[in-house]
Ligand binder design. Structure first.
Ligand code: ADP
Length: 151
């Protein structure tokens, strides 16, 4: 974890990013219309060892090389604690479906209770609404070319 952002218009964009797709990249670019800085935070936990998260983070850093307004970190704490650490006043997330909506509403409400932090939710672009990391992983497992879904 190396983020040092202090501005109030910083958002954390947390996720598994396994892998980071065009859907995620679209949320980042649209988020930058509202925020000066976005910290993409790759979570690691028992299911996702730190080494895997570091590799994912490195791949995302390569995508955004030369973009100082985008920082990529790996974290294992609560997202609200990471947000406090990097001085982010907002959590950025995306919603594709009603299923996402229910999940995101719960997360946002817990995070609000924990720290008062605001979650900013962007609806996915219609053409990206069916795109998920799990779908990309499944196609890749069948040997399909997944590059059209990745930034
Ligand atoms: P998590 O495991 O925390 O849900 P993901 O990496 O799957 O992490 O997703 C991170 C965030 O990006 C979530 O808010 C998710 O809803 C959003 N997201 C994922 N794919 C898309 C997409 N195609 N369009 C918009 N938002 C998306």
């Amino acid at each position: 974890m190396t983020a040092t952002s202090t501005g109030s218009r910083t958002a954390v964009f947390p996720g598994s990013f396994n892998p980071f797709t065009l859907g995620h990249a679209d949320i980042v670019e649209r988020g930058l219309k509202m925020f000066d800085k976005i910290v993409i935070a790759v979570g690691c936990n028992i299911n996702k060892p730190r080494g895997d998260a570091e590799a994912a983070a490195e791949a995302i850093r390569r995508i955004y090389r030369g973009r100082p307004e985008i920082e990529v970190v790996v974290y294992s704490s609560l997202t609200v604690r990471l947000a406090e650490e990097v001085g982010a006043g907002f959590i950025l997330r995306g919603v594709r479906t009603v299923k996402d909506f229910e999940y995101e509403r719960e997360l946002a409400s817990v995070n609000m209770q924990l720290s008062g932090i605001e979650s900013v939710i962007l609806f996915s672009r219609p053409e990206l609404a069916a795109l998920s990391s799990s779908m990309v992983r499944e196609l890749a497992a069948y040997g399909e070319d997944v590059t059209p879904f990745l930034p």
